[in-house]
Design a binder for this molecule. Structure first.
Ligand code: FMN
Length: 199
């Protein structure tokens, strides 16, 4: 059996710089033999968490939207690649709402103590965070990184590695910087190799 990865695109731009970076990482992971499903968060029909707290007692959310089809996908994967631009020193609103809706996993893990992640995968899942920012500030990823850490923790994914690219306002188009695209490919391939090597 191969390794399964979900690759999340957090940018609203389907062909923007984040998407280009993610696609190179996906290429690398597939090259290593992993099976990768790419999910464009911006195209999901989802709403922000309304704190109904149905998930305090149940293994799903009371809100009937595309999250219903998402929860199951995260139970038995081996890895996650999360690619997102920095927006207002955090992450894009749609992606934040997507992550907040994993309250379903939070309640199961921390409140009911019955995690939704398949038992044999709980300690071994790995996450790769690909971040890009317009500004060139040392702290520009701080907010986003904390959110990614929290998300990975909730879904039982270890924060394995990241690739953080600053100063996109100057760099403009990532495809004109093949060395950065190659870095994304290498990270994706390394993640795929790690996960495939466990069989
Ligand atoms: C609404 C919005 C808010 C943004 N906020 C920030 C920010 O707070 N800090 C920053 O460094 N870049 C910020 N940016 C710049 C993006 O991170 C940058 O342009 C990124 O390359 C966009 O990725 P994309 O090509 O996938 O859309 C913002 C961009 C947008 C559209």
């Amino acid at each position: 059996m191969g390794a399964k990865i979900i690759a999340l695109l957090g940018s609203p731009l389907l062909n923007g710089n984040t998407a280009k970076l993610l696609d190179r990482a996906i290429q690398g992971a597939r090259e290593a033999g992993a099976e990768v499903e790419r999910i464009e968060v911006t195209n999901l029909n989802i709403r922000a968490c309304r704190e109904i707290m149905f998930c305090r007692e149940h293994e799903t959310c009371a809100m009937k939207d595309d999250m219903q089809g998402i929860y199951g996908k995260f139970r038995d994967i081996d890895g996650v690649i999360l690619a997102t631009p920095v927006m207002t020193m955090g992450i894009p609103g749609m992606l934040k709402s997507f992550i907040d809706r994993f309250q379903v996993y939070f309640m199961a893990k921390y409140v009911r103590k019955k995690p939704l992640v398949v038992e044999e995968k709980r300690k071994s899942r790995l996450g790769l965070y690909l971040g890009i920012s317009g500004m060139n500030l040392p702290s520009v990823f701080d907010g986003a990184k904390m959110t990614v850490h929290a998300f990975f923790d909730i879904i039982d994914v270890q924060y394995w590695d990241d690739l953080l690219i600053r100063d996109m306002d100057t760099l403009q188009d990532l495809s004109r910087h093949p060395e950065l695209m190659d870095d994304a490919y290498a990270k994706g391939r390394e993640l795929g190799r790690h996960l495939m090597g466990r069989e």
